[in-house]
Unconditional design. Structure first.
Ligand SMILES: Nc1nc2c(ncn2[C@@H]2O[C@H](COP(=O)(O)OP(=O)(O)O)[C@@H](O)[C@H]2O)c(=O)[nH]1
Ligand SMILES: [Mg+2]
Length: 220
């Protein structure tokens, strides 16, 4: 019997990379900086995007892609801010991919945007492999996931520009060492920027806002 080896995974990822590059060029042409925001369900992705819209919406024109397996709950949260939002349901898939993002870009008023915030599907594994065309990759973990969550998911931390350790207001209550999470991220990726945040402490969000602003200056 003859055996044929088919590298399906490799081909799929290669095709995705090509599409992601096209998305990147399309966004570049409009001067848009896109952020791929990843993290588990409940880590605080939607909350941190909402805070970014609140703080930066007056100075930049922001659009959002809300990735989810089903439903448009997050998309409806963003719509309250009167920004263009596309809800992107993946069905059974645990990550967005470049084709889904291309479909969303086709529906967004690109000429009217400076920043595109993409909330990926809640997952710390699959999204790491799929570029979307973003300029910056962000991973959010919360202390309630346990302070070993970073060392359990090395790939995503190795590929991101920014790691956010969120919900530090409840570190003591859940018995988590937020500083260990920070040092784990830096050990995995010495060039990653790491922030500790809490929506309850306004100034802890400043670093997240400054990261977006700095990316606007560097990437454009
Ligand atoms: N205590 C605390 N709760 C937070 C913080 N950030 C988000 N949450 C809560 O965590 C839950 C999940 O947040 P959400 O932004 O929807 O997470 P997502 O699934 O990653 O988009 C919500 O009930 C938020 O209000 C934080 O800094 N501290
Ligand atoms: Mg969300």
């Amino acid at each position: 019997m003859c055996e044929i080896e088919v590298e399906v995974g490799h081909d799929v990822l290669e095709a995705n990379e090509e599409l992601a590059l096209r998305n990147h060029h399309l966004l570049n042409g409009f001067g848009i900086i896109a952020f791929n925001i990843m993290g588990a369900i409940g880590s605080g992705k939607t909350t941190l995007i909402e805070l970014a819209i609140e703080r930066l919406g007056g100075r930049y024109r922001i659009g959002v892609i809300a990735g989810d397996i089903v439903a448009d709950i997050d998309a409806n949260r963003f719509k309250r801010y009167d920004v263009p939002v596309i809800a992107m349901n993946t069905g059974k898939e645990c990550h967005l991919d470049a084709l889904l993002v291309k479909n969303a870009l086709d529906q967004l008023p690109l000429e009217d945007l400076d920043i595109l915030l993409i909330e990926n599907v809640g997952n710390l594994i699959c999204p790491a492999d799929y570029s979307l065309g973003e300029s910056k990759r962000v991973v959010i973990v919360s202390v309630s996931e346990g302070d070993d969550i970073v060392e359990k998911h090395p790939m995503i931390f190795k590929t991101c520009d920014l790691a956010i350790v969120n919900k530090v207001d409840i570190s003591d209550a859940v018995g988590a060492d937020a500083d260990k999470m920070v040092s784990d991220a830096l050990r995995l990726n010495p060039s990653i920027k790491v922030l500790k945040t809490s929506k309850k402490v306004g100034e802890s969000i400043d670093g997240w806002i400054e990261f977006i602003e700095a990316s606007m200056n560097v990437c454009r």
